[in-house]
Design a protein around this ligand. Structure first.
Ligand code: HEC
Ligand code: HEC
Ligand code: HEC
Length: 427
């Protein structure tokens, strides 16, 4: 009996520690505002900037380090970004070269070990909100280049607030147990039968861009289920859609150009607009990829094993449907939304406000649609802000349900079935 009790405790702790992964799900809570932090250029004249620093700057963008280590309006990489969890709050670390509050006295080996093994300078396990489960695949050279870039920036003397976690979640040793089971400390291995572009794309998507941290379903212990890579998952009330090459469930029927547009501009006509957590991925990271890296990423994604997962995406209507009885939803749309989106859904002034055919308006459960209505969205791209205001405070649950059912039927050709209670649960 005793052995089973021990096994039970171990399994319990592993699962508990896994729950910490929900940390990841809450990243954008603190980023909601219209201000988006920017990643600075490496210090020094670009002409004589050592190549390693410039490469490190590029890699830091591709790995999206700033999204989690810079608070909106705060000093670059000084940390303190809050990750709100059901059982408390943890804060990201200061990764500027300050010797006391940052990582100024870390050696290259210390830094490489943090990204490969998820431990700090003293070897203490780090919370997997820091996505080392993906960074573990990065090459040592790339990690050292990122460090060279970070160390070229000003040191910021600023300690992040102490974590506010209750027992047992404040027990870092439990994380060690979790990663002993679920962290595969393996570097990226190119596949020999595939092209150079494909392999570069695989490295960008898995090791650097950590797309799977949001788009891959998790198992019971909250580890990424690699057998279902990119088959879609949910985080913080948002669907991170299936992005495998399946034509009905994934993005198999997007053209190469659709994908390039989506990643470089945050919008692909008639396909999608990057909102919520994905607007940050585009804003901080993907829009800065070189054309050849973009092509590589797209080459890889279009070849990801097709998987079903989530609901199939219903075919897009060619134009807005004439709603038979729009009722309250139609009234609200005309009053509050048509000014920017037009009744045709084509979008006024900016293509970004085009609604016809987007996945968010074709989902009868309207998951991301309600998130956008409640929280608004902000995308920083090409030096501009594309902004959609939030309506969560302006409308009741019943009004948001009516509005969203109208949008789903009018622009998505689907019967929306959302109730006021559904909206209340999503707030
Ligand atoms: C999704 C959010 C996220 C991303 C992306 C991210 N980090 Fe972090 N990072 C964190 C959090 C949260 C912590 C604190 C973990 C803890 O306290 O256990 C952290 C901790 C660290 C630490 C440990 C510092 C210390 O003093 O112990 C280092 C080093 C680090 N991150 C570097 C990076 C680098 C380099 C990148 C980009 C390649 C990066 N991080 C990307 C969230 C993130
Ligand atoms: C922080 C979580 C997160 C990360 C990391 C992330 N995504 Fe996303 N992604 C999302 C969410 C949420 C959506 C839905 C956005 C919306 O509804 O506007 C999305 C949407 C998409 C879409 C549009 C799918 C559709 O059918 O409309 C594509 C394509 C995509 N992501 C690709 C990627 C790639 C490639 C990466 C890695 C380079 C990546 N994502 C990283 C959360 C994430
Ligand atoms: C001030 C102009 C403006 C108003 C008013 C506005 N929107 Fe938007 N909306 C935008 C812009 C710009 C985008 C694209 C930016 C983004 O998604 O980050 C957008 C995006 C969207 C999307 C697509 C998001 C996605 O990722 O698929 C939906 C759906 C949407 N709006 C619905 C509404 C509804 C419903 C209303 C009324 C309650 C509304 N909008 C009011 C400007 C506006």
């Amino acid at each position: 009996m005793k052995i089973w009790r021990i096994v039970g405790v171990v399994v319990g702790v592993v699962v508990l520690a896994g729950v910490l992964f929900t940390a990841y799900a809450l990243i954008t809570v603190t980023h909601g505002g219209n201000e988006q932090a920017q990643q600075p250029a490496a210090a020094g004249d670009p002409a004589d900037l050592p190549a390693q620093m410039a490469r490190g700057e590029y890699l830091a963008r591709a790995a999206d380090c700033a999204a989690c280590h810079t608070t909106p309006g705060g000093r670059p990489f000084a940390g303190g970004v809050a990750f709100k969890l059901p059982f408390g709050t943890i804060y990201s670390s200061n990764i500027t070269p300050d010797k006391e509050t940052g990582i100024g006295d870390w050696s290259d080996d210390d830094f490489v070990r943090a990204l490969h093994a998820g431990v700090d300078k003293e070897g203490r396990p780090l919370y997997p909100a820091f996505p080392y489960t993906s960074y573990t695949a990065l090459s040592r050279d790339d990690i050292v280049a990122i460090k060279a870039y970070l160390f070229s920036l000003p040191a910021v003397h600023q300690a992040p607030p102490p974590n506010e976690l209750s027992f047992p979640y404040n027990q870092r040793w439990a994380l060690g147990l979790w990663s002993a089971v679920f962290l595969k400390k393996e570097r990226f291995q190119p596949e020999s039968g595939k092209s150079e572009a494909w392999n570069r794309g695989a490295y960008l998507a898995t090791a650097l861009g950590h797309c799977g941290e949001c788009h891959t379903p998790r198992n019971v212990a909250f580890a990424m289920d690699e057998s279902r890579a990119f088959a879609g998952s949910e985080l913080q009330g948002w669907k991170a859609y299936n992005i495998t090459s399946d034509k009905e469930h994934g993005i198999g029927d997007w053209s190469e150009q659709d994908l390039v547009d989506y990643f470089s501009k945050g919008h692909a006509a008639g396909r999608g607009t990057a909102s919520g957590p994905m607007s940050e991925v585009v804003g901080y990271s993907l829009q800065y990829l070189t054309p050849s890296d973009l092509t590589a990423l797209v080459t890889y994604l279009r070849d990801v094993k097709p998987q079903r997962g989530g609901e199939p995406v219903p075919p897009a209507p060619v134009a807005a449907q004439v709603a038979a009885a729009g009722g309250l939803g139609e009234q609200l749309f005309v009053g509050a939304c048509a000014g920017c989106h037009l009744d045709s859904g084509q979008g006024r002034q900016t293509d970004y406000a085009m609604l016809v055919g987007l996945r968010s308006v074709r989902d009868p459960r309207a998951t991301n649609l309600t998130q956008i209505i409640i929280n608004g969205s902000s995308l920083h791209v090409g030096g501009q802000e594309v902004f959609m205001p939030s309506f969560g405070d302006a409308y009741s649950d019943a009004e948001i349900a009516a509005l969203s059912n109208y949008v789903t039927s009018h622009f998505g050709g689907q019967q929306g079935t959302l109730s006021a209670d559904d909206v209340a649960r999503r707030r």
